[in-house]
Design a protein around this ligand. Sequence first.
Ligand code: FES
Ligand SMILES: [Fe+2]
Length: 391
Amino acid sequence: MNADLTELCRRLLHRVQSDTTDQSDAPYIEPSLSFTDTERHQAEKELFFANTPQVVGFAGEVSQPNSYKAVTVLDRPLLICRNADGELRAFINACRHRGAQVADGNGCAKSLSCPFHGWTYDLDGKLKGRRRDAAFSTANPEQEDTSLTPLPVSDRGGLLTVGLTPAMSQHTVNDFLGDIEAALENFDFASMNSIDTRRFEVNANWKIIVGLSNEGYHFENLHRDSLAPIMSSHGVVDCYGQHTRWAFSLKTILDLAHTPETDWPSEFPGAINHTVFPGTVIVAVPGAAQMIRAEPGPVAGASTVYYSGVFTGSDDPASNQQLCKAATESFDFGERIFVDEDLHAAEQCQRGIAAGGLPDGVVSGRNEPLITYWYRLWNDKLAQGTVGVAD
Ligand code: FES
Ligand SMILES: [Fe+2]
């Protein structure tokens, strides 16, 4: 472990030994309307998602020249590629003929062929060919723009950050993770291999879903038979402007109390949830990472959630296969807990709030400091009407 992770481990060990957790100064109450109000929901969609860079994947998912990954954000089809020279590119995933998606999922290919009429593009977004080309000839062929529409994209911190509109500057996207970049660089997200991405439609406000990955208070109840036997609920938190980090440990961290620091393991003995604005969670665990991205659905009480995973592979094919198998098993285990326990609870919370059961609002205790931090941050950003870094 490097100095930052060793210090984090030291702080966490202290929390577990003393049966305490990092805390905020006071309990906090968020008005119930935050989760049900249509006007607020639309404002969040516009300000926090459409007009803010979005972290949508791990750089390792497009690490090779001529690799690509298709993603959907707010129903917008996007395509992230590495071109033949290994340069990162992003486009609106819409064919310049009539708009069909030129790629789906992820993979490697020298060219992408639109499934509708077969227009073919290279991974720089340039049209390479189309059947019956003469049928499209015009008087001013030089004015015809047939390349996929580019978007700003960055892979800083080992994460894929993209702007949803061509009007967003590259500078805004490059600088978006600046405050938390050093913490992200504790992990080599840029060389991890993709496992899978799963999508869920959830009947809960997106902020409730972000909250699921930002407190350990629920471990011993909701996850008493799944996660709690192995993970401790004590946590340490760090805030980096509009991003945060929450670390919690395996129960075996207590063994380190009797181990000289020079003999501590090379990997952090637990999980670190990095939450980047507006609420994408990157969970780093030894040898693997997951991303949970919740985006607002058509109404305040609905969200679309993407759960994706990557793992650290090996150059040796046999050990890579083994690593992949083990990582896929823990990815599936994590998904089951997340879907059956966390998302199920989130939908119950939404129903309770929408039914008017919390007239005073939704409470977070001192022991849930990041819940309070994020509610305050979202409210401040909405009040200011701006997010992100200035150009
Ligand atoms: S829409 Fe892509 S080739 Fe027609
Ligand atoms: Fe949970």
